[in-house]
Design a protein around this ligand. Structure first.
Ligand SMILES: NC(=O)c1ccc[n+]([C@@H]2O[C@H](COP(=O)([O-])OP(=O)(O)OC[C@H]3O[C@@H](n4cnc5c(N)ncnc54)[C@H](OP(=O)(O)O)[C@@H]3O)[C@@H](O)[C@H]2O)c1
Length: 324
C-alpha cells in the first residue's frame, strides 16, 4: 500500500510517499482508506514539536474515512460499511489502516469520504468545547479565532445548531473571511483590531464564549471581548506562543478561562467518544449540521497539504485523497 511517511523532523517537506506492508489487522477493524484528514498537530509532529513524539519513521495523520474491508466478530461495523475512523495521534495517512472497533464510526450516506475524513477530530473537539466545557446556551454569542481553519470552520458549522444566535469569525485576510462566511459565520472581523470590531458589533456588550485555537498575543483582547460571565475556551496555540493570563482580569468581569483537552477527556471517560459521536451523527444525518467542505489535496501533494497549514494559506479543513 502507499502511505505518507516522515523519517526526519524537517517539517512538511520531509513528508514522502512510500510503499509499506498492509497491516495484519488481527482483532481489529481493517479500513480501505479513501481520504485522510490533515491537521495542525500533524505539522507540529513533522518538526518534533507536538507533545506526542512518534518514533521515526512514522505515518502521520489522526483520522481517515473509507470502507471497512474486514471486522472482527461482534463489531458494530462490517465489511462494506462506509466509515470515519480515528487513529488519534498518527498512522491515518495510509491506504489501509487497522484499528480498534471503538474508534470506527459509520458515516451517514450524505457525508462524502473527503468530508468524513475531516470530521471527527475537529467536530468532536468543538462539540466538547462548546457544550461540556463551555456550557453554551440558546441565544448566546460565540467568537472563534482562526475561523477559516479546521477547528474554526467546525465551530462555524456547529455553534448555530447547538444554540448560538451569533457566531463571529476572526480571520487574518479578507479571502479567509469568505471561507468563514461559507462555513456559517454570521459576522467576520479581521484579527488585526478585532477587539474594537467586536465591541462595535455587540454594542459594547461583548461575547459569551471565545473559542481560541490560536493563543499568542490575542488572549488579552479576547478576555476584554467577553461579556460578564463569559468564558475563554483554550483549544490550541497555532500562533506559537503560549500566553499568560493576569488573573485580576477574571474577577473584574466575572469571566472564566477554561481548558479544552478533548483527547485527554475521551481517553479518561469510557463511553464518551460513542456518546459524542451519537450527538454529531444525528446532527449530520438530519441535515442540522452541514458536512465540512474541505480543501482536497492529492496523495502526491501530502507535503504541500501540511505546508499549507504551516504557512497559514489553507482555506478551510484540509484533507488528502488517498486513492482514485
Ligand atoms: N485542545 C484540543 O483538544 C484540540 C483538538 C484539536 C486541535 N487542537 C488544536 O487546535 C489548533 C488548530 O488546529 P487546526 O487543525 O484547526 O489548525 P488549522 O486548520 O491550521 O487552523 C489554524 C488557524 O490558526 C490561525 N493562525 C494564527 N497564527 C498562525 C500561525 N502562526 N501559523 C498557523 N496558523 C495560524 C490561522 O488563521 P488566520 O490566518 O485566519 O489567523 C489558521 O487558519 C492546533 O493548535 C491544534 O493542536 C486542539
Amino acid at each position: 500500500m502507499r502511505a505518507v511517511q516522515i523519517s526526519q523532523l524537517d517539517g512538511p517537506a520531509a513528508a514522502r510517499l512510500v510503499d509499506l506492508d498492509e497491516p495484519a489487522g488481527d482483532g481489529a477493524v481493517v479500513v480501505d482508506v479513501h481520504a485522510a484528514g490533515v491537521a495542525f498537530p500533524d505539522v507540529l509532529q513533522s518538526r518534533g514539536l507536538y507533545q506526542h513524539k512518534p518514533e521515526l519513521p512514522f505515518v502521520p495523520g489522526g483520522e481517515a474515512a473509507g470502507v471497512v474491508r474486514s471486522a472482527p466478530p461482534g463489531a458494530h461495523v462490517r465489511a462494506g460499511d462506509r466509515v470515519a475512523a480515528l487513529t488519534m495521534l498518527n498512522g491515518a495517512m495510509a491506504q489501509v489502516i487497522a484499528l480498534p472497533a471503538a474508534q470506527v464510526f459509520k458515516l451517514p450516506d450524505t457525508v462524502s469520504f473527503e468530508a468524513g475524513a475531516g470530521l471527527l477530530f475537529n467536530d468532536l473537539t468543538v462539540l466538547f468545547a462548546l457544550t461540556t466545557r463551555g456550557g453554551l446556551t440558546q441565544g448566546q454569542t460565540v467568537l472563534v479565532h482562526g475561523a477559516a481553519g479546521g477547528i474554526g470552520t467546525s465551530t462555524l458549522r456547529l455553534a448555530g445548531p447547538l444554540g448560538a444566535s451569533r457566531v463571529i469569525a476572526v480571520v487574518s485576510t479578507p479571502a479567509k473571511a469568505e471561507v468563514a462566511r461559507a462555513a456559517g459565520a454570521t459576522d467576520t472581523v479581521l484579527a488585526d483590531g478585532f477587539r474594537d470590531a467586536v465591541a462595535e458589533l455587540t454594542g459594547g456588550k461583548g461575547v459569551d464564549l471565545v473559542l481560541d485555537p490560536v493563543g499568542g498575543d490575542r488572549v488579552t483582547d479576547s478576555l476584554r471581548s467577553l461579556a460578564p460571565g463569559g468564558k475563554l475556551l483554550v483549544v490550541g496555540f497555532t500562533g506559537g506562543e503560549i500566553p499568560t493570563v493576569k488573573v485580576n482580569r477574571l474577577l473584574l468581569n466575572n469571566i472564566d478561562v477554561v481548558g479544552v483537552g478533548w483527547g485527554a477527556w475521551v481517553m479518561s471517560h469510557p463511553g464518551e467518544l460513542e456518546r459524542q459521536w451519537s450527538v454529531l451523527e444525528q446532527l449530520l444525518a438530519s441535515g442540522t449540521v452541514t458536512a465540512p467542505q474541505p480543501q482536497v489535496f492529492a496523495l502526491e501533494q501530502a507535503a504541500d497539504a501540511l505546508a499549507a497549514l504551516e504557512s497559514r494559506t489553507a482555506a478551510g479543513k484540509v484533507v488528502l485523497r488517498m486513492r482514485d
